[in-house]
Design a protein around this ligand. Structure first.
Ligand code: FES
Length: 624
């Protein structure tokens, strides 16, 4: 035998993969899972070989290696007896024959939320791992930290542990109940006594200018455990972003105040969620957060001075991870908070999250996604090109600045229809208290169709009404001495149990025109930028925290959307929240979000003459 051949013989071993009998020479000492992957043999995995998913099991026909702690963790005693081992824990020291089971069902979660449905593999950034007790007398002479790190393959080994957790390690490691380690990426973020692997939760948070929404998610199953929402208290400092930015401009105390308000409110929402579900704060392992650029800066307490001044430079666009302790959140201080990436201008991570949820970058279909909120953010494109902008819509479509407007909550009128008289529905069927965004769009569409409102947005005077207008509707139109004092009485006190009249005023129509005009004008500019017309759009997606679906036909009728056939318009609810959940459940989705933010071109609307022109046109309602 030549020297070279002798060397090969001593440094490789033969692995036979069954079924199929494929034979490979692999380097002695290689990890079996990696050798299989390199050889193109598909071994099931969720964790990518870090020993936490328990999916990569293979069966040894004979000479099965000694089981590792992770084998005991993931496999049943019967499986271990029958020769099953986790391939990511097996080191190929000698020739071996292994049976690779067919890829089983991987742990997946289906995220359903108001019309958005995305299936995502459970691959969170945070994990818990149970370490069974090993009698210290049988343990090797290594440091506790090395012993813990040694549970992972080298390339996935935790790199860091905070001092206060390191101090807990010796006692936990020697506790007969075993211990559980929580990791985020390659950082240890929790050390607990006993097996707590069934208790791992995360929070996905959408910080809107007007509404905050927090979802509590079971990271083991992907299921939504509870949700809480509230009106953003910062609205006290201005219901649009500009007012709040000017408060924080070159004013650290103002910025502190805005930051403190959002953190305090998040703490209240989180405390409510934990109390309702009986889940401990220590079992919440991570939080993902989305919001527009201003909300992002306020949460992180970043100087937002230059965000409010042309050319509107943010402090950071990329995704960013901080700890709950740094933000002052009432959760475990080392718990990571992952802020998704922003695009530019005011177009923030909430838009990236909508794009992620709607898979806007997939396929060739040309789609426009509009997040209807105080800041009407929208993105247009397909896998080849993506552009986005932010239109200053104001909060009317979230129920603010409307005389009887309210957010989507029990008692909000969410749908309206006119026939001979008015028919309404309310959220949860409660007695009507006010009108939310989807209801407002319905009211305006119904008023236009009934001939009570003209395309310029003015209530028609009784004397000029078409004789065909039913008497009951005519009676509800109350004419003021001046046209601006006219209003429509949508619900009379006592009707459907309403405690007072619910009216829709001429001023409300104006607010709606401003809001829908800004959004429509933004969409017109994006289409122009792409060289497209309305009819070139394959789909228009309407997102927003409406609490219920916007009626697609009515959204088109009032001119909120481009004038495409109604079957091309789809309402997708709080898609920004769905994007935050996707990023919580799967690290690959985070990378997709990073890529989306990087490649989306931003169109700055403010100061653009074409936008002002489009806005003037878009304020009018379509004729029919
Ligand atoms: S690949 Fe996940 S445990 Fe082995």
């Amino acid at each position: 035998m030549s020297d070279a051949a002798a060397e090969t013989a001593t440094t490789t071993v033969e692995v036979v993969f069954q079924p199929g009998g494929r034979r490979f020479d692999v380097a002695q000492g290689a990890v079996l899972f990696e050798a299989a992957t390199e050889a193109g043999v598909e071994v099931d995995t969720v964790c990518g070989g870090n020993g936490s998913c328990g999916k990569c099991k293979v069966r040894f026909a004979d000479r099965s290696p000694a089981p590792t702690p992770l084998d005991f963790l993931h496999l049943s005693a019967g499986e271990i007896r029958r020769g099953f081992r986790l391939s990511c824990q097996v080191v190929a020291r000698h020739d071996m024959v292994v049976d690779v089971p067919a890829s089983g069902d991987r742990a997946r979660a289906r995220i359903l939320h108001h019309g958005t449905s995305r299936e995502v593999e459970l691959q969170p950034n945070v994990r818990k791992l149970f370490v069974p007790y090993v009698n210290p007398r049988q343990a090797e002479q290594v440091s506790d930290w090395d012993r813990v790190r040694g549970l992972w393959p080298r390339q996935f080994r935790p790199k860091g542990i905070p001092l206060h957790l390191l101090r807990r390690l010796p006692a936990a490691l020697r506790d007969p109940a075993g211990m559980t380690l929580a990791t985020a990426g390659r950082q240890v973020i929790g050390v607990e006594v006993g097996d707590t692997t069934l208790r791992q939760y995360g929070l996905a948070v959408d910080i809107g200018s007007t509404t905050l929404v927090a979802f509590l998610i079971d990271l083991g199953t992907g299921a939504e455990v509870a949700v809480a929402s509230a009106v953003n208290r910062q609205t006290a400092y201005g219901d649009d972003i500009i007012g709040r930015l000017s408060r924080a401009q070159r004013n650290p105390a103002g910025l502190d105040r805005l930051h403190g308000m959002v953190v305090a409110q998040l703490n209240e929402l989180i405390a409510g969620l934990l109390e309702r579900t009986g889940i401990a704060a220590t079992d919440v392992l991570e939080m993902t957060v989305v919001g527009n650029m201003a909300m992002h800066h306020f949460l992180l307490r970043l100087d937002s001075t230059y965000l409010g001044l042309a050319p509107y430079a943010p402090v950071i666009r990329e995704s960013f991870s901080v700890t709950a302790g740094e933000l002052g959140l009432a959760l475990t201080s080392d718990m990571p908070v992952f802020a998704l990436p922003n695009i530019a201008g005011f177009v923030g991570s909430d838009t990236v999250a909508v794009m992620l949820a709607a898979e806007l970058a997939e396929g060739n279909a040309m789609r426009l996604a509009i997040d209807v909120g105080t800041n009407g953010e929208m993105a247009l494109g397909n896998r080849k090109r993506l552009i986005a902008c932010s239109a200053p819509a104001g909060p009317a479509l979230e129920g603010a600045r409307i005389k009887m407007g309210m957010r989507a909550a029990p008692g909000a009128i969410d749908h309206v229809q006119f026939d001979q008289d008015v028919a309404i529905s309310t959220i949860d069927g409660a007695a009507p208290k006010g009108i939310c965004g989807s209801g407002l769009i319905d009211v305006v569409a119904a008023l236009l169709d009934a001939g009570l409102l003209n395309p310029a947005g003015a209530f028609i005077r009784h004397a000029d009404l078409d004789p065909a207008v039913p008497g009951a509707l005519r009676d509800r139109l109350i004419e003021g001495k001046k046209r601006r004092d006219s209003y429509f009485r949508l619900v009379r006190a006592g009707e459907h149990g309403a405690p007072e009249d619910i009216v829709f005023t001429q001023q409300d129509v104006r607010e709606m025109q401003l809001a829908k005009g800004a959004i429509r004008a933004g969409a017109m500019i994006l289409l122009q930028e792409m060289g497209l017309r309305d009819d070139d759009l394959d789909e228009v997606l309407l997102a927003g925290a409406f609490g219920n679906f916007i009626d697609a036909g009515n959204a088109r009728r009032v001119g909120l959307t481009p004038q495409v056939p109604v079957d091309r318009i789809r309402s997708i609810g709080n898609a920004a929240g769905v994007g935050a959940k996707l990023a919580l459940l799967n690290v690959v989705e985070r990378r997709r979000a990073d890529r989306l933010a990087e490649r989306t071109e931003h169109v700055q609307l403010s100061g653009l003459a074409a936008f002002q022109k489009a806005f003037t046109t878009a304020m009018r309602f379509p004729k029919d």
